[in-house]
Design a protein around this ligand. Structure first.
Ligand code: MV4
Length: 499
């Protein structure tokens, strides 16, 4: 095992990795920009080096300086965390070229999964089901028309270099195609400096299900079940859980095996995630592969008992997986809420300031992966996610009950957070009964009403408690009811029972 590793990240994930390393008697080196000097991730590490940089964000992207510090500090390996340089194939290559170990996959695996059309091609060849559509960038509008006709409307135009939903355009009939094609191209060029686009069949009201895999350098692979990440707001995940309410053992095994095929197809080593869309008929389609440890990895850890960060270190050090596929058993249920420093009563505007008081919840089945503490300064330079609250229960209701309680115990003063909104989500009857898809937040909450609510502290909690139940009953366009008439009736019955 390594004696010392460098963590090329900040915030809660740097703390998470430092904890795993400490438990394995591996020393850790933190790197930090001056604005982060007093953050917990710095004091959690055994050594800390200051990054010399003009802007805070570019500090954590400075490949040359980070590798210099790694060498100077005597670190043998670098863990990139998520975001920043974690899926930068050039960084992974530069780490190897410096004679260090990259705690992650091979540069080539990262590169091949970076292109959406390239990834689709590789997966189709490996027998992984992909969304119907084409696998090469589309050159002309005539070509687009042909493919759309073949696939059948509705379709979705996506950016080849894209991800995160940017530049996506849904097209419901041929007369909308010209405008959508050109505007998708414009948006792709603006966002990714690359105007290549391709076409997929639009999967309506899908679930976002991802499979965690791990692979060692000896050719051993395992899947660790799924995470349901359907609760998103504007392509930002808010609540994740494992297992998903829509998978049974048979579908879990089929998707797990396909995920391992996908990992094999790109010669994958270390921890990775295969994202799928699952439609109403439980068909699943490959969406993309994330070649890093993900934000929501703790829910998988809680239901499998496998420490993914430790497993990453073992794999990178050349050891075999510490378990086999047969050892993987899903036990109980885990939910994660992301604590963002955003004001849910003002359109989720990011908030900044000094956290003058912070009390994090605890107790049986409650886990807090946090990057902040009392006294921490929240700046505008980085992603506004401060912490993750994860609960584990014997079943889904138990986990939700613990989450409600833990959210109410969580006190953060000085910056606004989305905790009241998270309470509304976990108390919502549609969420409680597992009745949601990727459209949930948009359909279940009326943000005009939310923005008018001006209440304080405990009152917020009371108001939100009512809000969570009431919105789907009173909101003007809660469920696009012509699409889901039965669901709407069922909701009202559930709501009456709950109140
Ligand atoms: C889709 C889709 C429906 N059909 N592709 C959004 C982010 C990007 N990674 C892929 N996304 C989607 N791709 C087809 N063919 C719907 C979405 C989508 C979505 C996916 C996962 C989670 C939340 C979402 C919210 C809106 C749209």
């Amino acid at each position: 095992m390594f004696r010392k590793i460098l963590i090329a990240n900040r915030g809660e994930i740097a703390v998470r990795i430092a904890r795993a390393a400490r438990e394995m008697s591996v020393e850790t080196v933190a790197i930090y920009h001056d604005v982060d000097k007093a953050m917990p991730f710095v004091s959690y590490s055994d050594y800390a080096y200051r990054l010399d940089s003009e802007s805070p964000k570019s500090a954590y992207l400075d490949i040359e300086q980070i590798i210099d510090i790694a060498k100077k500090s005597g670190a043998e390996a670098i863990h990139p965390g998520y975001g920043f340089l974690s899926e930068n194939a050039d960084f992974a290559q530069a780490v190897l070229d410096a004679g260090l170990v990259f705690i992650g996959p091979k540069p080539m695996s990262i590169r091949s999964m970076g292109s959406k059309t390239g990834a689709r091609e590789i997966m189709a060849k490996a027998g992984v089901p992909i969304v119907p559509g084409n696998k090469e960038p589309i050159a002309t509008i005539d070509e687009a028309r042909q493919i759309a006709e073949k696939v059948g409307y509705p379709i979705l135009i996506k950016a080849s270099a894209g991800g995160g939903g940017k530049g996506m355009k849904a097209v419901f009939s041929q007369n909308e195609l010209d405008d959508a094609f050109h505007s998708a191209k414009r948006e792709a060029l603006k966002s990714f400096a690359n105007d290549a686009v391709y076409i997929e069949k639009l999967i309506e009201n899908p679930k976002h299900i991802e499979i965690q895999i791990v692979a060692d350098s000896h050719g051993n692979y395992a899947y660790l079940g799924e995470r349901d990440c359907s609760i998103q707001r504007r392509h930002q995940k808010v609540v994740e859980e494992a297992p998903s309410t829509v998978l049974d053992d048979d579908l879990r095994e089929r998707m797990g095996k396909v995920a391992v095929d996908a990992a094999r197809a790109c010669d994958y080593v270390n921890a990775g995630t295969i994202e799928f869309l699952v439609d109403k008929n439980k068909n699943f389609y490959f969406l993309e592969m994330n070649t890093r440890l993900q934000v929501e990895h703790p829910v998988t850890e809680m239901v499998t008992g496998i420490d993914l960060a430790k497993e990453q270190l073992l794999i990178a050090a050349g050891e075999k997986l510490s378990f086999s596929q047969d050892d993987v058993k899903i036990k109980g249920h885990a939910i994660e809420c992301r604590i963002y420093a955003e004001d849910p009563f003002s359109g989720f505007l990011p908030d900044i300031g000094k956290i003058n008081y912070c009390r994090q919840p605890g107790g049986y089945g409650v886990r807090v992966d946090s990057g902040i503490e009392t006294g921490s300064e929240v700046t505008m330079h980085f992603d506004p996610m401060l912490a993750k609250l994860i609960t584990w229960g014997r079943d889904r209701f138990d986990a939700i009950g613990k989450m409600e309680r833990a959210l109410r115990n969580y006190k953060i003063k000085g910056v606004k957070t989305i905790i009241p909104f998270l309470l509304a989500v976990v108390r919502h009857p549609e969420f409680k009964y597992g009745y949601f898809d990727t459209g949930f937040i948009e359909q279940a909450f009326d943000f005009d009403v939310l923005n008018k609510m001006r209440v304080e502290n405990d009152e917020i909690i009371a108001a939100i408690a009512a809000f969570g139940y009431r919105m789907s009953a009173t909101s003007k366009k809660p469920v696009k009811s012509e699409q889901k008439p039965n669901k709407w009736k069922e909701n009202q019955l559930m709501i009456r029972r709950l109140i």
